[in-house]
Ligand binder design. Sequence first.
Ligand code: GMT
Length: 377
Amino acid sequence: MAKKLKIGITCYPTLGGSGVVATELGKLLAERGHEIHFITHSIPFRLGQFHKNIFFHEVEVNDYYVFRYPPYDLSLASKMAQVVNMQGLDLLHVHYAVPHAVCAYLAKQMVGDKLKTVTTLHGTDITVLAQDESLKDLIALAINQSDAVTAVSRDLIQETRRLLDISRPMDLTYNFVDKRVYYPREVASLRSDYAAPHEKILMHISNFRPVKRVSDVIDIFDRVSKRLPAKLLLVGEGPELSKIQCKIKGLGLEDKVHFLGKQEDVAQVISMADVLLLPSEKESFGLVALEAMACGVPTIGSNAGGIPELVTHGVTGFLSSIGDVEEMADNTELLLTDDQLRAQFREACLYRAHEEFCNDGITDQYEAIYYRVLGIE
Ligand code: GMT
């Protein structure tokens, strides 16, 4: 039987897809008997109830009055080294190059080379941060010094190579969903709170950052709702929210749009939708499209970044050029007015999510990477 490992995981515990993936991975590894130590500034929001084999180590930042900016990164690096030594960790798996991979590198300098580090790139750390000249060399150092680097799409690997001039090997490890949580839920009664039986539900879920192009979501819905009876459910919140509220009012769509705010049980919410809209400007993977897919909901979106690796155009959704809201609206109408086509897409979604992006397979891949860097056959 393969050795059970002691693994430290650092992620942004309160942030989007990367935090979700890191936390869910930790839970799955713990189920397999590994000992998981989360080293973060707060308890990861997806951790939920008590789990055997999972520990949480809080990073406390020294707010000494001479510090204009409290040094979180240094506190994290010190905490990592401390936990590695005290708990005898085999490796640190960090999500996001900045600052986590840099901190893991510092921790390794403190505890010695026996500690192995694995960095997972999620997207914005490369596609946004690596464009900042002042951070470029630091990000490249963190990536080059990791014992293994994984990225959540082939596109992200190419972008990393292109923007940072990095040639080291990187593992493609797609994001995943837990099939025990993400499956089509029975939501007839919940659905009736938002839409009449003859109305279709379009949904968008995001952190409402400019990169998500939520304004395009409204433009698509505006066109679609003129052609067929439909409601739009907006889930999440973020910087663009008030601008979006104004736009909805300006177009006279208030009665057709519902704001659900942040939601914990995404599988339940997403199961109400007939279609998910994801017209992002940048998206290294698009976890929400996978969550939708696993619940049998096709995505209409852009072909940005890694989205085409996840959503198969014409099979599990339709993809268009960024900003082409006309074509996205036409595709939405096509899907929503053809019951047979929608049923076909739904089956294809369930099959693809289960076959390609299932928790078991991806956890196997991460485990294999851990054993490889530790030299365990
Ligand atoms: O997209 C965001 O704003 C959040 C960000 C995050 O850190 O969670 O998402 C990135 O990582 C996700 C998990 O791997 C991916 O599904 C998202 O596509 C990626 N976002 C971008 O590339 C913009």
